[in-house]
Design a protein around this ligand. Sequence first.
Ligand SMILES: Nc1ncnc2c1ncn2[C@@H]1O[C@H](COP(=O)(O)OP(=O)(O)OP(=O)(O)O)[C@@H](O)[C@H]1O
Ligand SMILES: [Mg+2]
Length: 489
Amino acid sequence: MSPRSPESPVRAGSTLEPATSRRGAILVMDDEEIMRDILETLLTREGYAVRLASTGAEGLELARTYPFDAAVVDVMMPGLDGMQALEELRKIDDELPVIMITAYASVENAILAMKRGAFDYITKPFKNDEVVAVLRNASERNRLVAENRALRQNIQERYSKFANIVGRSPKMRQVFDLIIQAAPSRSTILIQGESGTGKELVARAIHANSPRADRAFVTVNSGNLPPDLLESTLFGHVRGAFTGAVNPKKGLCDLADKGSIFFDEIGNVPLETQAKLLRVMQEREFMRLGGMETIRVDVRIIAATNVDLKQMTDEGRFREDLYYRLHVINVQLPPLRERNEDIPLLAQHFLRKYGSENGRGSLELTPEALDLLMDCDWPGNVRELENVIERAVVLSSAPRIGSDLIPDSVRRSPAFQMPRLTVPPEGISFKDVISDFEKRLIESTLEAAGGVQKRAAELLHIKPTTLNEMLKRFDIRPKRRKSGDASPP
Ligand SMILES: Nc1ncnc2c1ncn2[C@@H]1O[C@H](COP(=O)(O)OP(=O)(O)OP(=O)(O)O)[C@@H](O)[C@H]1O
Ligand SMILES: [Mg+2]
Protein backbone atom coordinates (compact mmCIF):
# COMPACT_ATOMS: atom_id res chain seq x y z
CA MET A 1 0.00 0.00 0.00
CA SER A 2 1.20 3.44 -0.73
CA PRO A 3 2.34 5.49 2.22
CA ARG A 4 0.40 8.41 0.82
CA SER A 5 -2.86 6.83 -0.09
CA PRO A 6 -4.74 7.61 3.14
CA GLU A 7 -4.50 11.32 2.45
CA SER A 8 -5.33 11.00 -1.21
CA PRO A 9 -8.05 8.45 -1.65
CA VAL A 10 -9.46 10.11 -4.73
CA ARG A 11 -6.80 11.54 -6.92
CA ALA A 12 -8.62 12.39 -10.09
CA GLY A 13 -9.89 15.92 -9.97
CA SER A 14 -8.60 16.58 -6.46
CA THR A 15 -7.87 20.16 -5.49
CA LEU A 16 -4.13 20.28 -5.31
CA GLU A 17 -1.95 23.24 -6.07
CA PRO A 18 -0.66 24.07 -8.52
CA ALA A 19 -0.72 21.01 -10.79
CA THR A 20 -4.41 20.34 -10.90
CA SER A 21 -6.97 20.03 -13.62
CA ARG A 22 -10.23 18.32 -14.33
CA ARG A 23 -8.51 15.47 -16.12
CA GLY A 24 -5.78 14.96 -13.57
CA ALA A 25 -2.09 15.49 -13.10
CA ILE A 26 0.61 13.75 -15.10
CA LEU A 27 4.27 13.40 -14.31
CA VAL A 28 6.53 13.25 -17.38
CA MET A 29 10.09 11.98 -16.96
CA ASP A 30 12.27 12.24 -20.02
CA ASP A 31 15.81 13.40 -20.51
CA GLU A 32 15.14 14.68 -24.04
CA GLU A 33 13.86 18.21 -24.06
CA ILE A 34 12.02 17.79 -27.32
CA MET A 35 10.08 14.81 -25.98
CA ARG A 36 9.16 16.73 -22.85
CA ASP A 37 7.93 19.59 -24.99
CA ILE A 38 5.87 17.35 -27.23
CA LEU A 39 4.26 15.55 -24.32
CA GLU A 40 3.64 18.75 -22.42
CA THR A 41 1.92 20.39 -25.36
CA LEU A 42 -0.14 17.36 -26.13
CA LEU A 43 -1.25 16.57 -22.60
CA THR A 44 -1.94 20.18 -21.66
CA ARG A 45 -4.12 20.47 -24.72
CA GLU A 46 -5.98 17.37 -23.54
CA GLY A 47 -6.72 19.10 -20.25
CA TYR A 48 -4.14 17.47 -18.02
CA ALA A 49 -1.89 19.34 -15.65
CA VAL A 50 1.65 18.35 -16.52
CA ARG A 51 4.88 18.39 -14.52
CA LEU A 52 8.17 17.74 -16.23
CA ALA A 53 11.32 16.11 -14.95
CA SER A 54 14.50 15.82 -16.97
CA THR A 55 16.05 13.14 -14.79
CA GLY A 56 14.79 10.17 -12.86
CA ALA A 57 15.89 11.68 -9.57
CA GLU A 58 14.03 14.90 -10.26
CA GLY A 59 10.93 12.93 -11.21
CA LEU A 60 10.98 10.90 -8.01
CA GLU A 61 11.34 14.07 -5.99
CA LEU A 62 8.20 15.43 -7.66
CA ALA A 63 6.39 12.15 -7.09
CA ARG A 64 7.20 12.33 -3.40
CA THR A 65 5.90 15.87 -3.24
CA TYR A 66 2.72 15.89 -5.33
CA PRO A 67 0.04 13.36 -6.00
CA PHE A 68 -0.24 12.34 -9.64
CA ASP A 69 -2.81 10.46 -11.64
CA ALA A 70 -0.26 8.87 -13.93
CA ALA A 71 3.40 8.99 -14.83
CA VAL A 72 4.95 8.78 -18.28
CA VAL A 73 8.53 7.54 -18.02
CA ASP A 74 11.19 7.15 -20.68
CA VAL A 75 13.02 3.84 -20.33
CA MET A 76 16.33 5.22 -21.58
CA MET A 77 17.58 7.95 -19.29
CA PRO A 78 21.12 8.58 -18.13
CA GLY A 79 21.65 8.11 -14.41
CA LEU A 80 18.58 6.62 -12.81
CA ASP A 81 16.96 4.87 -15.77
CA GLY A 82 13.30 4.23 -16.49
CA MET A 83 13.25 0.76 -14.94
CA GLN A 84 14.71 1.97 -11.68
CA ALA A 85 12.39 4.95 -11.71
CA LEU A 86 9.47 2.58 -12.15
CA GLU A 87 10.57 0.54 -9.17
CA GLU A 88 10.89 3.65 -7.00
CA LEU A 89 7.58 5.08 -8.18
CA ARG A 90 5.89 1.83 -7.19
CA LYS A 91 7.35 2.19 -3.71
CA ILE A 92 6.03 5.71 -3.44
CA ASP A 93 2.56 4.84 -4.72
CA ASP A 94 1.84 1.33 -5.88
CA GLU A 95 -1.41 2.38 -7.50
CA LEU A 96 0.05 5.06 -9.71
CA PRO A 97 -0.28 3.95 -13.33
CA VAL A 98 3.18 4.19 -14.88
CA ILE A 99 3.42 4.30 -18.65
CA MET A 100 6.80 3.49 -20.12
CA ILE A 101 8.12 4.98 -23.34
CA THR A 102 10.46 2.69 -25.23
CA ALA A 103 12.11 2.50 -28.60
CA TYR A 104 10.52 -0.15 -30.77
CA ALA A 105 13.76 -2.10 -30.74
CA SER A 106 13.47 -2.64 -27.00
CA VAL A 107 10.12 -4.35 -26.76
CA GLU A 108 11.88 -6.78 -24.42
CA ASN A 109 12.36 -3.89 -22.01
CA ALA A 110 8.73 -3.03 -22.30
CA ILE A 111 7.79 -6.58 -21.36
CA LEU A 112 10.12 -6.45 -18.41
CA ALA A 113 8.51 -3.18 -17.37
CA MET A 114 5.05 -4.71 -17.55
CA LYS A 115 6.28 -7.58 -15.39
CA ARG A 116 7.48 -5.07 -12.85
CA GLY A 117 4.12 -3.42 -12.68
CA ALA A 118 4.04 -0.78 -15.40
CA PHE A 119 0.48 0.03 -16.44
CA ASP A 120 1.27 0.11 -20.14
CA TYR A 121 3.94 1.07 -22.62
CA ILE A 122 4.19 3.22 -25.69
CA THR A 123 6.77 2.71 -28.40
CA LYS A 124 8.59 5.53 -30.15
CA PRO A 125 7.74 7.09 -32.50
CA PHE A 126 4.25 7.31 -31.07
CA LYS A 127 1.05 8.78 -32.38
CA ASN A 128 -0.59 11.47 -30.29
CA ASP A 129 -3.84 9.54 -30.22
CA GLU A 130 -2.08 6.57 -28.75
CA VAL A 131 -0.67 8.55 -25.85
CA VAL A 132 -4.03 10.13 -25.21
CA ALA A 133 -5.80 6.76 -25.28
CA VAL A 134 -3.37 5.15 -22.88
CA LEU A 135 -3.67 8.03 -20.44
CA ARG A 136 -7.41 7.93 -20.70
CA ASN A 137 -7.31 4.27 -19.77
CA ALA A 138 -5.06 5.06 -16.87
CA SER A 139 -7.34 7.75 -15.53
CA GLU A 140 -10.32 5.51 -16.11
CA ARG A 141 -8.65 2.89 -14.00
CA ASN A 142 -7.93 5.49 -11.34
CA ARG A 143 -11.51 6.57 -11.40
CA LEU A 144 -12.70 2.99 -11.02
CA VAL A 145 -10.27 2.34 -8.22
CA ALA A 146 -11.47 5.40 -6.34
CA GLU A 147 -15.07 4.57 -6.99
CA ASN A 148 -14.62 1.02 -5.87
CA ARG A 149 -12.94 2.09 -2.71
CA ALA A 150 -15.81 4.42 -2.02
CA LEU A 151 -18.21 1.58 -2.56
CA ARG A 152 -16.08 -0.68 -0.39
CA GLN A 153 -15.88 -3.13 -3.18
CA ASN A 154 -13.26 -5.71 -3.52
CA ILE A 155 -10.94 -4.16 -6.10
CA GLN A 156 -8.92 -7.28 -6.54
CA GLU A 157 -11.96 -9.23 -7.52
CA ARG A 158 -13.14 -6.55 -9.86
CA TYR A 159 -9.95 -6.48 -11.84
CA SER A 160 -9.53 -10.20 -11.93
CA LYS A 161 -12.69 -10.25 -14.01
CA PHE A 162 -10.71 -8.85 -16.88
CA ALA A 163 -7.24 -9.87 -15.91
CA ASN A 164 -7.31 -13.03 -17.97
CA ILE A 165 -8.00 -11.32 -21.28
CA VAL A 166 -4.72 -9.97 -22.47
CA GLY A 167 -4.38 -7.37 -25.18
CA ARG A 168 -3.42 -3.77 -25.69
CA SER A 169 -3.89 -3.40 -29.42
CA PRO A 170 -6.45 -0.79 -30.48
CA LYS A 171 -8.68 -3.58 -31.74
CA MET A 172 -8.68 -5.37 -28.41
CA ARG A 173 -9.24 -2.11 -26.58
CA GLN A 174 -12.35 -1.63 -28.63
CA VAL A 175 -13.44 -5.09 -27.53
CA PHE A 176 -12.87 -4.21 -23.87
CA ASP A 177 -14.81 -0.99 -24.25
CA LEU A 178 -17.67 -2.84 -25.83
CA ILE A 179 -17.71 -5.42 -23.06
CA ILE A 180 -17.83 -2.72 -20.42
CA GLN A 181 -20.61 -0.90 -22.21
CA ALA A 182 -22.68 -3.93 -23.05
CA ALA A 183 -22.23 -6.07 -19.94
CA PRO A 184 -24.73 -4.30 -17.63
CA SER A 185 -27.70 -4.69 -19.96
CA ARG A 186 -29.65 -7.81 -20.80
CA SER A 187 -29.13 -7.34 -24.54
CA THR A 188 -28.23 -10.35 -26.59
CA ILE A 189 -24.63 -10.39 -27.70
CA LEU A 190 -23.14 -12.10 -30.72
CA ILE A 191 -19.41 -12.78 -30.59
CA GLN A 192 -17.79 -13.47 -33.92
CA GLY A 193 -14.23 -14.51 -34.59
CA GLU A 194 -12.00 -17.21 -35.94
CA SER A 195 -11.28 -20.29 -33.90
CA GLY A 196 -9.04 -19.62 -30.91
CA THR A 197 -9.52 -15.85 -30.80
CA GLY A 198 -11.01 -15.92 -27.30
CA LYS A 199 -14.75 -15.96 -27.90
CA GLU A 200 -15.51 -18.01 -24.84
CA LEU A 201 -13.22 -15.87 -22.72
CA VAL A 202 -15.11 -12.76 -23.84
CA ALA A 203 -18.48 -14.42 -23.17
CA ARG A 204 -17.37 -15.17 -19.62
CA ALA A 205 -16.06 -11.63 -19.16
CA ILE A 206 -19.42 -10.22 -20.23
CA HIS A 207 -21.16 -12.38 -17.67
CA ALA A 208 -18.62 -11.63 -14.96
CA ASN A 209 -19.02 -7.88 -15.50
CA SER A 210 -22.81 -8.03 -15.54
CA PRO A 211 -25.24 -7.76 -12.64
CA ARG A 212 -25.81 -11.50 -13.20
CA ALA A 213 -22.25 -12.35 -12.20
CA ASP A 214 -23.38 -14.22 -9.08
CA ARG A 215 -25.71 -16.44 -11.07
CA ALA A 216 -25.01 -19.28 -13.44
CA PHE A 217 -23.09 -19.03 -16.68
CA VAL A 218 -24.29 -21.99 -18.71
CA THR A 219 -22.55 -23.11 -21.88
CA VAL A 220 -24.42 -24.91 -24.63
CA ASN A 221 -22.25 -26.65 -27.18
CA SER A 222 -24.69 -26.34 -29.99
CA GLY A 223 -22.58 -28.29 -32.43
CA ASN A 224 -22.37 -31.85 -31.41
CA LEU A 225 -25.91 -32.90 -30.47
CA PRO A 226 -28.68 -34.18 -32.71
CA PRO A 227 -31.73 -31.84 -32.73
CA ASP A 228 -33.88 -33.86 -30.29
CA LEU A 229 -31.15 -34.20 -27.79
CA LEU A 230 -30.18 -30.55 -28.11
CA GLU A 231 -33.77 -29.53 -27.44
CA SER A 232 -34.19 -31.76 -24.43
CA THR A 233 -30.83 -30.57 -23.14
CA LEU A 234 -31.95 -26.96 -23.54
CA PHE A 235 -35.57 -27.11 -22.50
CA GLY A 236 -35.85 -30.33 -20.51
CA HIS A 237 -38.58 -32.86 -21.13
CA VAL A 238 -41.67 -34.30 -19.49
CA ARG A 239 -42.04 -37.94 -18.63
CA GLY A 240 -42.69 -40.02 -21.71
CA ALA A 241 -41.68 -37.27 -24.14
CA PHE A 242 -39.69 -39.86 -26.05
CA THR A 243 -38.63 -43.44 -25.61
CA GLY A 244 -36.40 -43.60 -22.62
CA ALA A 245 -37.73 -40.40 -21.03
CA VAL A 246 -38.70 -42.24 -17.87
CA ASN A 247 -38.32 -39.26 -15.61
CA PRO A 248 -39.02 -35.60 -16.28
CA LYS A 249 -35.94 -33.47 -16.57
CA LYS A 250 -35.15 -29.78 -16.42
CA GLY A 251 -33.02 -28.17 -19.08
CA LEU A 252 -30.12 -25.76 -19.33
CA CYS A 253 -32.54 -22.85 -19.72
CA ASP A 254 -33.87 -23.57 -16.24
CA LEU A 255 -30.37 -23.72 -14.93
CA ALA A 256 -29.50 -20.37 -16.50
CA ASP A 257 -32.48 -18.52 -15.04
CA LYS A 258 -31.36 -15.08 -13.79
CA GLY A 259 -27.93 -15.83 -15.22
CA SER A 260 -26.47 -16.06 -18.72
CA ILE A 261 -26.62 -18.77 -21.32
CA PHE A 262 -23.83 -19.07 -23.85
CA PHE A 263 -24.52 -20.71 -27.20
CA ASP A 264 -21.17 -21.76 -28.57
CA GLU A 265 -21.09 -22.33 -32.33
CA ILE A 266 -24.64 -21.06 -32.74
CA GLY A 267 -24.32 -21.63 -36.49
CA ASN A 268 -24.60 -25.35 -35.84
CA VAL A 269 -28.05 -25.16 -34.28
CA PRO A 270 -30.42 -26.96 -36.65
CA LEU A 271 -33.15 -24.89 -38.30
CA GLU A 272 -35.97 -26.53 -36.36
CA THR A 273 -34.36 -25.68 -33.02
CA GLN A 274 -33.65 -22.14 -34.20
CA ALA A 275 -37.37 -21.34 -34.12
CA LYS A 276 -37.56 -22.35 -30.47
CA LEU A 277 -34.51 -20.33 -29.64
CA LEU A 278 -36.09 -17.32 -31.25
CA ARG A 279 -39.03 -17.73 -28.94
CA VAL A 280 -36.79 -17.82 -25.88
CA MET A 281 -35.13 -14.70 -27.14
CA GLN A 282 -38.29 -12.79 -27.96
CA GLU A 283 -40.73 -13.94 -25.33
CA ARG A 284 -38.32 -15.23 -22.72
CA GLU A 285 -40.31 -18.43 -22.54
CA PHE A 286 -40.13 -22.02 -23.71
CA MET A 287 -41.86 -25.37 -23.48
CA ARG A 288 -40.42 -28.66 -22.38
CA LEU A 289 -40.14 -31.45 -24.90
CA GLY A 290 -43.50 -33.18 -24.83
CA GLY A 291 -44.88 -30.55 -22.46
CA MET A 292 -47.81 -28.14 -22.82
CA GLU A 293 -46.92 -25.66 -20.18
CA THR A 294 -45.09 -22.43 -20.94
CA ILE A 295 -42.14 -21.70 -18.71
CA ARG A 296 -40.82 -18.19 -18.26
CA VAL A 297 -37.15 -17.49 -17.82
CA ASP A 298 -34.97 -14.49 -17.31
CA VAL A 299 -31.77 -15.21 -19.18
CA ARG A 300 -29.12 -13.18 -20.88
CA ILE A 301 -28.19 -14.75 -24.16
CA ILE A 302 -24.66 -14.70 -25.47
CA ALA A 303 -23.82 -16.51 -28.69
CA ALA A 304 -20.58 -17.20 -30.52
CA THR A 305 -19.73 -18.30 -34.01
CA ASN A 306 -16.71 -18.73 -36.21
CA VAL A 307 -18.73 -18.92 -39.39
CA ASP A 308 -20.31 -16.11 -41.34
CA LEU A 309 -23.91 -16.18 -40.09
CA LYS A 310 -24.95 -13.52 -42.54
CA GLN A 311 -23.88 -15.74 -45.38
CA MET A 312 -25.68 -18.67 -43.79
CA THR A 313 -28.89 -16.63 -43.73
CA ASP A 314 -28.39 -15.75 -47.38
CA GLU A 315 -28.08 -19.45 -48.12
CA GLY A 316 -31.18 -20.25 -46.09
CA ARG A 317 -29.32 -22.26 -43.49
CA PHE A 318 -29.84 -19.81 -40.65
CA ARG A 319 -33.07 -18.01 -39.81
CA GLU A 320 -32.88 -14.38 -40.71
CA ASP A 321 -35.10 -13.26 -37.83
CA LEU A 322 -32.88 -15.12 -35.38
CA TYR A 323 -29.82 -13.58 -36.94
CA TYR A 324 -31.15 -10.07 -36.40
CA ARG A 325 -32.17 -10.89 -32.85
CA LEU A 326 -28.67 -12.12 -32.10
CA HIS A 327 -27.01 -9.29 -33.84
CA VAL A 328 -28.15 -6.56 -31.44
CA ILE A 329 -24.65 -6.14 -30.07
CA ASN A 330 -21.85 -7.55 -32.11
CA VAL A 331 -18.38 -8.21 -30.74
CA GLN A 332 -15.92 -8.91 -33.52
CA LEU A 333 -12.75 -10.59 -32.26
CA PRO A 334 -9.80 -9.82 -34.52
CA PRO A 335 -7.54 -12.70 -35.57
CA LEU A 336 -4.15 -12.65 -33.91
CA ARG A 337 -2.34 -11.86 -37.18
CA GLU A 338 -4.13 -8.50 -37.21
CA ARG A 339 -2.85 -7.55 -33.78
CA ASN A 340 0.78 -8.61 -33.73
CA GLU A 341 1.54 -6.10 -31.04
CA ASP A 342 -0.38 -8.27 -28.57
CA ILE A 343 1.95 -11.21 -29.10
CA PRO A 344 4.65 -10.16 -26.59
CA LEU A 345 2.04 -9.57 -23.89
CA LEU A 346 0.25 -12.82 -24.62
CA ALA A 347 3.51 -14.73 -24.67
CA GLN A 348 4.45 -13.22 -21.34
CA HIS A 349 1.03 -14.06 -19.93
CA PHE A 350 1.31 -17.70 -20.97
CA LEU A 351 4.93 -17.95 -19.80
CA ARG A 352 3.77 -16.84 -16.39
CA LYS A 353 0.78 -19.17 -16.45
CA TYR A 354 2.64 -22.30 -17.49
CA GLY A 355 5.75 -21.30 -15.59
CA SER A 356 3.86 -21.33 -12.33
CA GLU A 357 1.82 -24.40 -13.27
CA ASN A 358 5.05 -26.28 -13.82
CA GLY A 359 6.77 -24.90 -10.76
CA ARG A 360 9.29 -22.90 -12.79
CA GLY A 361 10.59 -19.52 -11.77
CA SER A 362 10.33 -16.52 -14.02
CA LEU A 363 10.83 -17.47 -17.65
CA GLU A 364 11.52 -15.33 -20.65
CA LEU A 365 11.88 -15.64 -24.39
CA THR A 366 15.05 -14.73 -26.23
CA PRO A 367 14.59 -11.89 -28.71
CA GLU A 368 15.05 -14.38 -31.57
CA ALA A 369 12.29 -16.61 -30.24
CA LEU A 370 9.99 -13.61 -29.83
CA ASP A 371 10.80 -12.54 -33.39
CA LEU A 372 9.72 -15.93 -34.66
CA LEU A 373 6.45 -15.64 -32.78
CA MET A 374 5.89 -12.12 -34.10
CA ASP A 375 6.42 -13.33 -37.67
CA CYS A 376 3.95 -16.16 -37.57
CA ASP A 377 0.47 -15.97 -39.09
CA TRP A 378 -1.17 -17.93 -36.26
CA PRO A 379 -4.01 -19.59 -38.12
CA GLY A 380 -5.04 -21.13 -34.79
CA ASN A 381 -4.87 -17.70 -33.13
CA VAL A 382 -4.32 -17.29 -29.40
CA ARG A 383 -5.00 -20.94 -28.66
CA GLU A 384 -2.17 -21.94 -30.96
CA LEU A 385 0.20 -19.44 -29.38
CA GLU A 386 -0.79 -20.71 -25.95
CA ASN A 387 -0.01 -24.30 -26.98
CA VAL A 388 3.37 -23.30 -28.38
CA ILE A 389 4.33 -21.54 -25.16
CA GLU A 390 3.10 -24.36 -22.97
CA ARG A 391 5.15 -26.83 -24.95
CA ALA A 392 8.23 -24.62 -24.80
CA VAL A 393 7.90 -24.19 -21.03
CA VAL A 394 7.62 -27.92 -20.48
CA LEU A 395 10.56 -28.72 -22.76
CA SER A 396 12.92 -25.98 -21.66
CA SER A 397 15.47 -26.52 -18.98
CA ALA A 398 16.83 -22.97 -18.83
CA PRO A 399 14.95 -19.86 -17.74
CA ARG A 400 15.48 -18.35 -21.18
CA ILE A 401 13.50 -19.95 -23.96
CA GLY A 402 15.25 -19.85 -27.30
CA SER A 403 14.10 -20.27 -30.88
CA ASP A 404 15.04 -23.96 -30.83
CA LEU A 405 11.93 -24.54 -28.74
CA ILE A 406 9.61 -22.90 -31.22
CA PRO A 407 8.24 -25.68 -33.43
CA ASP A 408 8.78 -25.54 -37.16
CA SER A 409 5.07 -25.52 -37.78
CA VAL A 410 4.70 -21.95 -36.57
CA ARG A 411 7.67 -20.60 -38.48
CA ARG A 412 6.58 -18.77 -41.52
CA SER A 413 6.88 -21.26 -44.30
CA PRO A 414 8.52 -20.37 -47.59
CA ALA A 415 6.21 -18.47 -49.87
CA PHE A 416 4.08 -20.42 -52.27
CA GLN A 417 5.64 -20.81 -55.70
CA MET A 418 3.88 -21.53 -58.90
CA PRO A 419 5.59 -24.28 -60.86
CA ARG A 420 7.27 -23.21 -64.09
CA LEU A 421 5.12 -24.23 -66.97
CA THR A 422 6.41 -25.35 -70.34
CA VAL A 423 3.85 -25.72 -73.06
CA PRO A 424 4.78 -28.56 -75.50
CA PRO A 425 4.87 -27.67 -79.20
CA GLU A 426 1.83 -29.80 -79.91
CA GLY A 427 -0.18 -27.81 -77.34
CA ILE A 428 -2.02 -29.03 -74.27
CA SER A 429 -5.58 -29.17 -72.96
CA PHE A 430 -6.22 -26.11 -70.83
CA LYS A 431 -8.96 -27.87 -68.90
CA ASP A 432 -6.83 -30.91 -68.11
CA VAL A 433 -3.95 -28.81 -66.83
CA ILE A 434 -6.18 -26.74 -64.63
CA SER A 435 -7.96 -29.69 -63.09
CA ASP A 436 -4.69 -31.56 -62.62
CA PHE A 437 -3.31 -28.52 -60.87
CA GLU A 438 -6.41 -28.21 -58.69
CA LYS A 439 -6.13 -31.83 -57.70
CA ARG A 440 -2.46 -31.57 -56.75
CA LEU A 441 -3.04 -28.37 -54.81
CA ILE A 442 -5.78 -30.04 -52.81
CA GLU A 443 -3.65 -33.09 -52.12
CA SER A 444 -0.71 -31.03 -50.90
CA THR A 445 -2.95 -28.89 -48.74
CA LEU A 446 -4.60 -31.92 -47.19
CA GLU A 447 -1.20 -33.27 -46.38
CA ALA A 448 -0.16 -29.98 -44.80
CA ALA A 449 -3.38 -30.01 -42.79
CA GLY A 450 -2.70 -33.51 -41.47
CA GLY A 451 -5.73 -34.79 -43.33
CA VAL A 452 -8.12 -32.48 -41.48
CA GLN A 453 -10.54 -31.21 -44.10
CA LYS A 454 -11.76 -28.19 -42.15
CA ARG A 455 -8.20 -26.99 -41.73
CA ALA A 456 -7.38 -27.66 -45.38
CA ALA A 457 -10.38 -25.58 -46.40
CA GLU A 458 -9.15 -22.76 -44.16
CA LEU A 459 -5.70 -22.95 -45.71
CA LEU A 460 -7.20 -22.61 -49.17
CA HIS A 461 -9.64 -19.90 -48.09
CA ILE A 462 -12.59 -21.92 -49.32
CA LYS A 463 -15.64 -23.26 -47.56
CA PRO A 464 -15.41 -26.82 -46.20
CA THR A 465 -18.42 -27.72 -48.35
CA THR A 466 -16.61 -26.54 -51.48
CA LEU A 467 -13.57 -28.59 -50.56
CA ASN A 468 -15.79 -31.57 -49.97
CA GLU A 469 -17.30 -31.28 -53.43
CA MET A 470 -13.87 -31.13 -54.98
CA LEU A 471 -12.70 -34.17 -53.03
CA LYS A 472 -15.59 -36.08 -54.48
CA ARG A 473 -15.01 -34.72 -57.96
CA PHE A 474 -11.33 -35.71 -57.94
CA ASP A 475 -11.97 -38.88 -55.98
CA ILE A 476 -9.48 -37.92 -53.29
CA ARG A 477 -9.73 -39.77 -49.99
CA PRO A 478 -8.00 -37.79 -47.26
CA LYS A 479 -6.00 -39.84 -44.78
CA ARG A 480 -6.25 -38.34 -41.36
CA ARG A 481 -3.01 -38.32 -39.48
CA LYS A 482 -3.19 -39.05 -35.79
CA SER A 483 -1.51 -36.32 -33.77
CA GLY A 484 1.98 -37.34 -32.80
CA ASP A 485 2.29 -39.73 -35.75
CA ALA A 486 4.88 -39.14 -38.34
CA SER A 487 3.80 -38.75 -41.93
CA PRO A 488 1.73 -41.59 -43.29
CA PRO A 489 3.73 -44.51 -44.68
N1 LIG B 1 -6.85 -12.28 -25.26
C1 LIG B 1 -6.52 -13.43 -24.63
N2 LIG B 1 -5.79 -13.39 -23.51
C2 LIG B 1 -5.45 -14.53 -22.88
N3 LIG B 1 -5.80 -15.74 -23.28
C3 LIG B 1 -6.54 -15.86 -24.39
C4 LIG B 1 -6.94 -14.71 -25.12
N4 LIG B 1 -7.68 -15.11 -26.17
C5 LIG B 1 -7.73 -16.45 -26.11
N5 LIG B 1 -7.04 -16.92 -25.04
C6 LIG B 1 -6.85 -18.33 -24.66
O1 LIG B 1 -6.85 -19.08 -25.86
C7 LIG B 1 -7.62 -20.25 -25.73
C8 LIG B 1 -8.77 -20.23 -26.71
O2 LIG B 1 -9.73 -19.24 -26.32
P1 LIG B 1 -11.30 -19.48 -26.48
O3 LIG B 1 -11.66 -20.88 -26.13
O4 LIG B 1 -12.01 -18.40 -25.77
O5 LIG B 1 -11.40 -19.29 -28.06
P2 LIG B 1 -12.65 -19.45 -29.03
O6 LIG B 1 -12.69 -18.24 -29.86
O7 LIG B 1 -13.86 -19.79 -28.22
O8 LIG B 1 -12.19 -20.67 -29.94
P3 LIG B 1 -13.12 -21.76 -30.71
O9 LIG B 1 -13.83 -21.05 -31.81
O10 LIG B 1 -12.12 -22.72 -31.23
O11 LIG B 1 -14.04 -22.33 -29.70
C9 LIG B 1 -8.08 -20.31 -24.29
O12 LIG B 1 -7.18 -21.10 -23.54
C10 LIG B 1 -8.02 -18.88 -23.84
O13 LIG B 1 -7.77 -18.79 -22.47
MG1 LIG C 1 -14.93 -21.53 -28.14
